[in-house]
Design a protein around this ligand. Sequence first.
Ligand code: LLP
Length: 438
Amino acid sequence: ITNADLNAAKHLMVGGVDTLELAKQYQTPLYVYDTGEIRAEIQAFKQVFEANQVNYQISYASKAFATVAMYQLIAQAGIHCDVVSGGELYTAKQAGFPMAHVSFHGNNKSLEELTMALDYGVGCIIVDNFYELGLLRDLAAQREQVTTIMLRVAPGISAHTHEYISTGQEDSKFGFDLNSGQADEAVKQAQAAPFLDLIGIHCHIGSQIFELDGFKMIVDKLVTVFARWRNDLGFYPQVMNVGGGFGVKYTSEDQPLLPTEFVDAIIKETMVQTQAKAVPMLEIWIEPGRSLVATAGMTLYTLGASKDIPGIRKYLAVDGGMGDNIRPALYEAKYEAVLAKDPTLPSKEVVSIAGKYCESGDMLIWDQKLPATQPGDVLAVLDTGAYGYSMASNYNRNPRPAVVFCEDGHSQLVVQRETYTDLTRLDVPLVTKTEVNN
Ligand code: LLP
């Protein structure tokens, strides 16, 4: 939080809008985004590539946060996006996102999803395995539709992150194994398929990565393999897609590099390695998800009940929890919260922020210092913009919160709050035995 985030009344501000006003207007729990910050993050990535004068593409990994308005914002910013399901693809299409700028990921795309992608004319399909390669080869041939693909490889390099979000290691469900000849075989099959146009190789080593080593290792390894393929298979990719995973700062203890520092190092390492191996420079694609949206978003809650266990812990409960942010329960993810009415108030006590869901594990924050609070105060849990709304659930039949975009002093509702009617909309009442017999 900077001074600019505080208005004269010391209320926490988002994109020039008072968070207390937001809570009043749209109710809580509420996801709010500073969309100016998202645009600035995108611009920062672009500048690193431009400064290094390389061919590039930035593809927003929309699993981090996808809504119609978000796809429209990404389209406005002029970058590509990734989708990982028919549902994300459909949402992007509904948003009018240019389909030629969409890449389709996933380790078990169905025939229906692949058909949908070809019908829509997506720009690139990132093929994960031999089963999918076969499906797509046949589908593209049947339709006589030239289809641009990349192959996802598992480089056998693991990033130091939570095991659930680490994906590059050898023992992973994703991608063609690079060490056992699977990736070579996939390249041969793709090249032999008349309607598949193999433009690049993709790999993604994990998420919330703090260290450069993993990225440098994949660049070295990929360029080495590409040089060998150039000799042995007559194939050299145009694109090296290094995925996303650039870590962000959730708490004052986190000290990640800037996302742009990762990318600058990746570009320079690629230059060094391609020169050393006397192979052409590659076009570099990245797929940032978290780093574009995490710190631009926050969740506003209203404080309610509290429980003080003398000498042990004080719990403050909010009107949301694991249904709108599963990350603390699932990954032991850490967040920090401030009081929206005045984040500069001196801290008074150590409290733990509990959700309202019927599980002891439904805790948003353990042991954080906060000023004195009372029921009805608005609490802002910061940096919840990635994998919060997108992983939200209706657990305990709680409606999912609304989403609001803020920029230049204006707010705009981009996802409505679910209602109780929404919760039963798809339910089908029990058919009684007599009705069945009729
Ligand atoms: N590209 C691929 C192929 C991916 O699998 C992912 C994330 C990304 C890009 C974007 O990674 P990012 O820049 O957002 O780190 N739900 C977890 C994160 C799962 C990430 C899965 N893949 C969480 O809440 O931490």
